[in-house]
Structure formats: structure tokens, C-alpha cells
Design a protein around this ligand. Structure first.
Ligand SMILES: [Zn+2]
Length: 154
């Protein structure tokens, strides 16, 4: 199955039958299979309604079914590793470990060096935590969904 980056997608509000075009951040926001909004906007009604009242215009699949169909592919540990919360966690761990190690190493010389060392450790190991967490998350999403881009899912 090939995946192409989707620039825009329309959903249909089932109550009025009209379509609303989504792109950019709006499409990303509505397409998040784990943290999707509970309500979304219909341009024709100029109001927001629960997501279960909407279906993708191209496939006719209800958004609620679409979210759970893809989210259900993440079994066990993958659900944890494929989540952006993992990235925040690895950043937090890197920040704490880097700060402590930097302080410990610098403290062999002087308190000023220890403080400088902890700042360097926070930035450096915090960044490594971000890179590692993001790589794990994207790897799991690609393995489970073939893509890490939820907007390109059918
Ligand atoms: Zn409507």
C-alpha cells in the first residue's frame, strides 16, 4: 500500500449532507487517531458537532470508526511507543539525567562549573532524548501504519 502526503481532505456532515474542506493544521488536528477532537466544524451549518456525525467525503467512513480502526492496530507496547507522549517522556528523562550528570561532573571542580555543567547536560541529553523518542515513535507508526503521517491514512 502506497501512501501519499495529503494536502487536503473533505468530510461530510451527515445531518446536512454538506462537505467541509480541511487542510494544513486543521486536517492534522482532525486526523489525529489518538487525540482527535470530540467535536468539529461544519462550514455549511457554521457550527460544531460531535465527530460521530461526520464521515470522510471520499470513503464515506464515519470519523469515529476511522479513528478506532487505526488506533486498534496499535497493540500492547506499540500503543505506548507510537504515542507522542513517549517523546515528552524521553525529553524529560534526558533533561533530568543530563542535568544530574552535568552537575555531578562539574561539581568535581566548583559549584559554578557544576551549574554550567547541568545546563549543558540538560540541553544536550534533553535533545538526545527528543531525537531518540521521535525516532522510536515514527518507527512504530511506520511499522504499524506504513506511515507516521495520520493525514495520509485512507
Ligand atoms: Zn452541517
Amino acid at each position: 500500500m502506497e501512501h501519499h502526503k495529503r494536502e487536503s481532505r473533505s468530510y461530510r456532515h451527515r445531518q446536512c449532507g454538506d462537505e467541509t474542506l480541511l487542510d494544513g493544521m486543521d486536517l492534522t488536528y482532525v486526523s489525529h487517531i489518538f487525540y482527535h477532537p470530540g467535536r468539529t466544524y461544519c462550514a455549511s451549518c457554521d457550527d460544531v458537532f460531535p465527530v460521530h456525525e461526520f464521515e470522510w467525503a471520499d470513503t464515506g467512513e464515519c470519523l469515529t470508526n476511522w479513528y478506532s480502526r487505526y488506533a486498534a492496530k496499535f497493540q500492547g507496547l506499540d500503543r505506548f511507543l507510537g504515542d507522542e507522549l513517549l517523546v515528552y517522556l524521553t525529553i524529560a528523562i534526558g533533561t533530568i539525567v543530563g542535568g544530574l550528570v552535568g552537575f555531578w561532573v562539574g561539581n568535581k571542580w566548583a559549584l559554578g562549573v557544576a551549574i554550567g555543567g547541568s545546563v549543558v547536560g540538560v540541553l544536550l541529553v534533553g535533545f538526545i532524548g527528543f531525537v531518540v523518542g521521535a525516532a522510536i515513535k515514527e518507527g512504530v507508526c511506520r511499522r504499524v501504519l506504513v506511515t507516521e503521517d495520520f493525514t495520509s491514512l485512507e
